[in-house]
Design a protein around this ligand. Sequence first.
Ligand SMILES: NC(=O)c1ccc[n+]([C@@H]2O[C@H](COP(=O)([O-])OP(=O)(O)OC[C@H]3O[C@@H](n4cnc5c(N)ncnc54)[C@H](OP(=O)(O)O)[C@@H]3O)[C@@H](O)[C@H]2O)c1
Length: 281
Amino acid sequence: MDTIKLYNGVEMPVLGYGLYKVGPEEAETRVSEAIRAGYRLIDTARFYGNEEGVGAAIAKSGIPREEFFIVTKIWINHSGEEKAYASIHESLKKLGTSYADLILVHQPFGDYYGTYRALERALEEGLTKSIGVSNFYPDRFYDLVSHCKVIPMINQLETNVFCQQTGMRELMKEYGTKVMAWAPMAQGKDNFHDNEVLAGIGRTYNKTATQTGLRFLVQEGIAAIPKSSRFERMKENIEIFDFRLSEEEMNIIRQMNVMDTGTRDYTSLPYVTRLINQKAL
Ligand SMILES: NC(=O)c1ccc[n+]([C@@H]2O[C@H](COP(=O)([O-])OP(=O)(O)OC[C@H]3O[C@@H](n4cnc5c(N)ncnc54)[C@H](OP(=O)(O)O)[C@@H]3O)[C@@H](O)[C@H]2O)c1
């Protein structure tokens, strides 16, 4: 598996298994399958409610803990330094490990400065190897990096062939922050899996549109965490390291970037209304 080196020297697999919407009752089985398919980076979150399943599958795999790269996140109801610090310990307990490889502030809501300070403290105490944020767009990202002690190593953003985050990548390059792509397959929307441009390019290599779209991301130096609940698809999604897209093909795919910053606007009225209705803050 290719890796990405974070600015603090930590090596991170460029492809991982994501667990959004994988229920707690199926998480252990799904992660065991993902491990069998070859995944070693596992992306979970407190909000997903499946950290225990991740921990159980890793423990039962018989593979040494150091070979895994475990990512988890702090949800907005645990924002603020003390609550976030407690949430980190709780997550580690659920994951059955003494340290995470990466912990992220899930979304920039609540006292996320306090949340981030808890991450800095966890990093210092060896509770995690690296820290970062998720869904931090230009204003909040720039504000945070201007005021924090440790620059985030990762910003996990909606990133796929249709929203390539070129603007954010350019901004983050200044700080050494790398992108990790959530929804790397556009959550199946916009006919991603049957996209004709991707399928056409993939045909040359005997690869599917899905594999071509994922290969594009990793070749751009973007880590991706595709999710699937089916073993065959987990395998398909990881079998992208035996071919290389030409620069011409990369340029064709770069033209597919129709909405650079993505579809999920966390500052929009509908999203904020949802938070209000859920009494999330
Ligand atoms: N930080 C954040 O705010 C945030 C937000 C969203 C997601 N995430 C993380 O990013 C991960 C990935 O994002 P995502 O799950 O939203 O979307 P995604 O990985 O882009 O797409 C997942 C969808 O694609 C389908 N699929 C997977 N492989 C396929 C294949 N080879 N052929 C056809 N269909 C396939 C899956 O269905 P099946 O399961 O039925 O195969 C599922 O419906 C999440 O699991 C989570 O870990 C983070």
